[in-house]
Design a protein around this ligand. Sequence first.
Ligand SMILES: CC(=O)SCCNC(=O)CCNC(=O)[C@H](O)C(C)(C)COP(=O)(O)OP(=O)(O)OC[C@H]1O[C@@H](n2cnc3c(N)ncnc32)[C@H](O)[C@@H]1OP(=O)(O)O
Length: 409
Amino acid sequence: MTTDLRVLRPDEWDRWYGQLELAFGGVPEAPEERALWEALTEYERSLGVWDGDRCVGTAGAFTFRLSVPGGALVPAAGVTMVSVAPTHRRRGVLTSMMRRQLDDVRAWGEPLAVLTASEPDIYGRFGYGAATRQLRAEIDTDRVRLSVPPGTDDVALRLAAPADVSAVCEAVYARLVPERPGMLARMPGWERLPLLDPPAERDGASPLQCVLAERDGEVTGYALYSTKPQWDSQVPRGTVLLRGLGALDPASYAALWRFLCGLDLMSVIQVVNRPVDDAWQHLVSDIRRCRTRVQDGLYVRLVDLGAALEARTYQTPLDVVLDVEDAFCPWNAGRWRLAGDQKGAQCSRTDEPADLALSVRELGAAYLGGVSLASLAAAGRVRELRQGALAEASVAFGSPVAPWLPHGF
Ligand SMILES: CC(=O)SCCNC(=O)CCNC(=O)[C@H](O)C(C)(C)COP(=O)(O)OP(=O)(O)OC[C@H]1O[C@@H](n2cnc3c(N)ncnc32)[C@H](O)[C@@H]1OP(=O)(O)O
């Protein structure tokens, strides 16, 4: 098999994206969605593998800035649109694209590559670790009561067309990004993503709706949702489908949840992606009737290990030598001394004896503070070589809020 791996040209996009759709089962995307992804494609960062004039492999990268513990926004390549034609699978095409892509990311000077995986089994071999988790839930609003904090009644709610209030919702979102690791600063054009609402994909639900929380005329929160009415022997059993919610203070947050839980004719709120520590879990009277589930979210790959570990802060002081294994990006392999605290960190090569041994995949998993090094050690994936080093590093790497990726890409 002779194939040609090269950077994508704009006139090739249709064939390239068609290959991606085919690899995901051949169901064409709604035209609105296709148009958005075409507009967001960064051609110089997108790779195609060609067998003659047939596209048989795709991989893209977006220019992102990722929020990390401490609040810095770190340049990250958002790996996306990865596919290989069914006729060309299990012959190393994906591996060749990952090789080229990680070399490129390194050359572009981005310390991190991040992705969401169609299947968790694919990317560990390339050094990606599952760093965030996301909460799903089905909240039984007929049975669950909410206890809201003082001040909730002072929050005014206003319904608005989502497109009309996009700018104020984006302003709220932008203030939340540095507060929670794993969130992506909105890059130009990406404000269209929360508004994407193709009629063909509503499946009986309403168009997207927006409710704003306001205090003293200032927007302090928003929720984007649709409703799907349903009648069961003339009993209303509708579903609220929550698409996005952001709030700047507990009262605004509670007011939005109280609004969603109180919508007449609806008996369930379906939540597909919220932080695992989302505060509504402490407002509800009966968490079991919220049927929560957790799944993997963002995968993180340290491409420039030293720069990545220096870009975040550590919640307690640490000074450890890490012995890192990285077969796919050998420039990261070897011993690194990491010293840091809440203010900053230094990470440099060292010949000193190692305190912890682990692979770059574990460092990626622990990087945003949501997966503890101690839990990875319990699975045999981190080895403690100096007594006490594991507890020290595990606490220091943690984050007071769970890291979370609010949307796919
Ligand atoms: C960020 C994103 O875009 S996620 C989207 C990923 N794309 C998809 O899921 C679309 C459907 N699947 C595909 O297109 C392909 O099967 C791909 C892209 C996942 C894999 O492409 P391939 O060219 O077959 O992978 P390649 O031959 O390089 O395999 C490399 C290794 O990964 C393994 N592997 C590949 N795909 C999978 C998988 N789905 N599950 C588990 N292991 C896999 C291979 O067995 C191989 O293992 P080895 O190194 O131990 O031999």
